[in-house]
Design a protein around this ligand. Structure first.
Ligand SMILES: [Zn+2]
Length: 464
């Protein structure tokens, strides 16, 4: 390094002396500058997996085995949390200690697939169903700042992540948060005005204390989603589906078995690592033979077939930035009613990120509830008129459900959005079935709107 600097110094000195002499220079007498540096090729990924917890990657390992072992694609992964909540099937280690173990299990599992570029955003594992809660506990800005940096570092062709939606199923709020942040990063990493310190060049990269990161903006080409819904049939035809019973030509084993071997590293987790260990011991791979089902979020390049291979037609290399539509305030009139909270967020989020088709995936919206469980559903009443309004909200409940609060006359000021916090106790029946909740809003003697939500009753308990 020192010798290089010495040569540069001598060249500078000579050229300055030459200039100082006042003699005219010809082009070949002017020293040639060194070529600018390229991004670090060691970190270039074809596929960047952005998920919430150690073991979430197992949702797609049945596909990753094909991409890595037989198509020689490079994969990197980001975990939002170390997975510090939930039980431990191996020892008494819990909380932060469990997080240390689980993120190590994830690193070992992915290393078995040759995936060594693995990062954790450090958000706390936050069991629940409301994505806004995980975005709060993860410190949304910090998690996004890290994720945009890692997209710029790994320069993926494709991002795979959790579906940003509220579904009937595990519906883990951390999963949804990973999908939201991955989508935001997809739309921001190519914009040099977003976290500009990451794409500023250092004055002297060989010096110390450089406060510019020297990365380059990067527009990933496609983003795909997978879901933790109990039933993923709603994804059929919305993206590619990868058969896991095919035999890997290089490993001479079916992809489901390779996926089970990867999953078996997550031994602290009963429903994944222990399940995989049991499958490998008994040869019963029923659980692993499900296909990997993806939904195309969006593509930044032309000629993307919705159900085509995720990397089909992609040529590694930078493409121009494709901005999303961005948030635009809707022009509304009169008094209206809709689901609030996370459902209202998603309606705006999908439009802002040019993902309008996600609004049609689950319509009407759905959720799953435990038997005898207390649930809370925010209902958003908007008054876009110039006059105060009184809105009478009533609900129609499934048999055996009890309303705790919600039915009321709501005073709504002009141009105000009022959130009515409705709450219920579900029936204590053990039967798992779909039910419908409905709310009716009336104002001035007229029905101004109804809202429906499909709820699937199941055993009580929060997702892990
Ligand atoms: Zn998870």
């Amino acid at each position: 390094m020192r010798s290089t600097l010495t040569v540069i110094s001598i060249l500078l000195f000579v050229s300055l002396q030459w200039a100082a002499s006042g003699a005219a220079q010809t082009a070949d007498q002017i020293p040639e500058a060194v070529q600018s540096l390229q991004p670090d090729a060691r970190f270039k990924a074809d596929i960047l997996v952005i998920v919430a917890h150690p073991d979430d990657e197992t949702e797609v390992t049945g596909y990753l085995a094909r991409a890595i072992f037989d198509q020689h694609k490079r994969v990197a992964a980001i975990f939002g949390t170390p997975g510090n909540s939930g039980g431990d099937a191996v020892s008494n280690a819990q909380a932060a200690a469990l997080g240390d173990i689980r993120i190590t299990e994830a690193r070992e599992a992915l290393a078995s697939f040759g995936v060594l570029h693995v990062w954790c955003l450090g958000g706390p594992d936050t069991p629940g169903q409301n994505v806004l809660h995980s975005l709060e506990t993860w410190n949304h800005g910090n998690a996004l700042w890290q994720t945009v940096r890692l997209v710029r570092l790994t320069r993926p062709e494709v991002i795979l992540t959790w579906l940003p939606d509220f579904v009937a199923g595990e519906n883990h709020d951390d999963h949804q948060a990973a999908g939201v942040i991955a989508t935001e990063a997809f739309d921001m990493a190519g914009d040099p005005t977003v976290f500009p310190e990451q794409v500023a060049e250092p004055d002297n990269r060989l010096g110390v204390s450089n406060l510019a990161e020297g990365l380059e903006p990067w527009q990933a080409k496609r983003i795909y989603y997978f879901s933790d819904a109990d039933n993923t049939d709603f994804l059929v035809g919305k993206g590619p589906e990868y058969n896991t019973t095919d035999i890997s030509p290089s490993k001479h084993a079916p992809y489901y078995k390779l996926a089970a071997e990867e999953m078996a590293y997550h031994l602290t987790q009963d429903d994944t690592g222990q399940l995989a260990k049991h499958a490998l011991a008994t040869g019963d791979f029923t659980y692993f033979k499900q296909p990997v089902r993806l939904a195309l979020g969006k593509s930044a390049v032309a000629n993307t077939a919705v159900t085509g291979d995720i990397l089909k037609g992609l040529t590694p290399g930078a493409i121009p930035y494709v901005p999303p539509r961005g948030y635009r305030q809707e022009a509304r009139q009169g008094v209206s009613v809709e689901l609030g909270g996370p459902w209202a967020f998603y309606r705006d989020f999908w439009r802002a990120h040019s993902l309008d088709h996600l609004a049609q995936l689950l319509n009407p919206p759905e959720m799953s509830v435990g038997n005898g469980e207390q649930i809370h559903v925010p209902i958003l009443i908007r008054n876009d008129s110039d006059e105060p309004a009184e809105v009478i909200l009533t609900s129609t409940l499934p048999p055996g459900w009890k309303e705790l609060h919600g039915t009321a006359r709501y005073p709504v000021r002009p141009h105000e959005a009022y959130t009515a916090h409705t709450a219920y106790v579900t029936a204590s029946t053990a039967k798992s079935e779909w039910q419908t909740l409905q709310w009716k809003a009336e104002s001035g003697g007229q029905v101004i709107g109804t809202v429906s939500l499909r709820a699937k009753t199941a055993s009580p308990g929060l997702p892990q």
